[in-house]
Design a protein around this ligand. Sequence first.
Ligand code: SAH
Length: 250
Amino acid sequence: MTGSLVVVGTGPGKADLMTPATAAALAKATDLVGYGPYLDRVPATRADQCRHASDNRVELDRARHALSLAASGRQVVVVSGGDPGVFAMASAIFEAVETGEPAWRTLDIRVEPGVTAMLAAAAEVGAPLGGDFCAISLSDNLKAWATVERRLKAAAEADFVIALYNPASKARPHQLGLAFDLLRALKAAETPVLFVRAAGTADAKVVTTTLEAADGALADMRTLVIVGASTTRQVGRWVYTPRREPGAQP
Ligand code: SAH
């Protein structure tokens, strides 16, 4: 049988936030490849399915392993959380194709979209991403911190709503505080800031504060931080960004 490789994201956590297309791909797979905790979210549908769990830091090795399994005829599904193309495995797969075996270029490779953390987090609090927004990963494992700073500054100057992925980890406890300091110099003190932990799961927790009061210690690896634009506002317990901006045609 010809092999195939599907890259999927399981969504933010709740089973019903996984798309039916992703569930169908998982049910057909002979081999699942991914970071252990993401694989643990996949229900066991068939006894003959091999699970290849690996460490979170070895994305390219994992991608090569998945591609060689597919090249040998297996039906492989590579599992990420959220959406597989957002700070996740899909890029690693194509990087491995680009730098690896020529035969991998003709493999049957498909990417299934998933609900990314930013969307699940926004839905927990209202509609903070209602205007123009951007997403920045604060992790400097794969890029220089100076790049993160440059993008934060540009996003603040352009008045985007900013979704911050990977705001903190045990190895990087201080970067979110540095990011807030940088943003405080460029944006209004009362700008809404949201900490959404475990969005789209039964344990979801939201803290709504302002840029002035925002404390980087409130975030961990399971938190998505949203920093508002100048138009982002609170109404009751909800936060939203109106679609109509100042200066729009009447
Ligand atoms: N591919 C994933 C993102 C991987 S980066 C996606 O599309 O969602 C990992 C970061 O995503 C975490 O550090 C955190 O900032 C965010 N994240 C993932 N799941 C989350 C959730 N359920 N709630 C809040 N943030 C989450």
